[in-house]
Design a binder for this molecule. Sequence first.
Ligand SMILES: Nc1nc2c(ncn2[C@@H]2O[C@H](COP(=O)(O)OP(=O)(O)O)[C@@H](O)[C@H]2O)c(=O)[nH]1
Ligand SMILES: [Mg+2]
Length: 320
Amino acid sequence: MFGKLTDALKRGLAKTREKLASGLAAILPIGRTLDAATLDELEETLLTADIGPKTTARLMEEVRLAFKERRIKTTDDCRGFLEERLLAMLSADGATLNCAESGPTVVLVAGVNGTGKTTSIAKIAWRLSRGGKKVVLAAADTFRAAAVDQLAIWSERIGCRIVRQPTGADPAAVAFDAADAAISSGADYLVIDTAGRLHTQKNLMAELEKIKRVVARRIPGAPHETLLVLDATTGQNAIQQALEFSKVLDVTGLFLTKLDGTAKGGAVIGIRDQVAVPVKFIGVGEKPEDVEDFDATAFVRAILGREDVPTQPEGRAADR
Ligand SMILES: Nc1nc2c(ncn2[C@@H]2O[C@H](COP(=O)(O)OP(=O)(O)O)[C@@H](O)[C@H]2O)c(=O)[nH]1
Ligand SMILES: [Mg+2]
C-alpha cells in the first residue's frame, strides 16, 4: 500500500506537481553533470514551492555538502538525494489514529477558524463509518450557530450521531454529554469539534483545557488523539499556529487541509520540518471523501513528479 499514488492524491496535488515537478525537471534534466549554478537554481525553485526559507536553507546545506563531498555528481543523483531527504523528514508520519485500549477513542479536533476543522471532522467520520465504526460527533463549537448546523448536516449525510446544545452553551458541557452518549451507545469513536477564535486566544486555550478535563473524567485517557487542523496553503501562518497550539495542547497529529487547487503543497514539508508532530491526514477537497491518509512516500513522489521512478530499496535513506 505504501508509496501508492492514488488518483485523488494526484488530482489534489496537480498544481503543486505542475510547479515543483516541472521546475525540477527543467533544472535537473536527466543525465547531466551537477554544478554549483544548478544548485542555486534548485534553491530558488524550492523557495517558490513554499517549502519555506528555513527548511529550504537546511535542505540546500545538505545538498551542497553532498555535492562537495562528491556523494552526488549528476542531476539524477541530486533528485534521488532530494527525495531521500524529504522522505527522511516525513518518515515518522502516517495515517493511524491513536486508539483507546477500551471504550470509545476520543479525537479532539482543534485549530483556527476557517482552517477546515468541521469539514475535516466530516472526513474522519466518513472514513470511520465506512470502515464499520460507530461514531459520535460533539458539536462543541457552540459560539456560532452556523458551526453546529454545519456539523449536523454532515452527521446526517454520513449517518452518525451528533450531540449538540443551543448556541452559546458551554462547550465542555456538550463534550461531557457527548462522552456519555458515546459510552452508552457503545460508540467506537467520539470526535469533538471545537471553536477556533484566535482573538481570544487565552480563553480559547482555557476552553480546550476544560473540554479535555471533563471528557477525561468520563473516558479515562481521553483525548487519545488531539488533531490540529492547519490550512496548508497559509505556510508560515500555519507554522505559527502549530507552535501556539502545541504550547497548551498535547497535539498528537496534524490534519493539513486545502491541498487541492493550490500550488503550495510544498508547504507540508516546511510545516512538518518545523513542527515535531506527525502529519496524519491531508484534505484534498470539500467533500467527506476528499481525504487522504498521509503516506510520506506517495506524497514526496507526487510533488517531485517521481511516481514513474521505481521506489528505492528499503533502508537506503537510513544508510546515509
Ligand atoms: N478546497 C478545500 N476546501 C476545504 C478543505 N477543507 C475545508 N475546506 C473549506 O474551508 C472552509 C472552512 O471549513 P470549515 O470546516 O468550516 O472550517 P472551520 O471553521 O475550521 O470549522 C469551507 O468552505 C470548507 O469547505 C479542503 O481540504 N479543500
Ligand atoms: Mg467549524
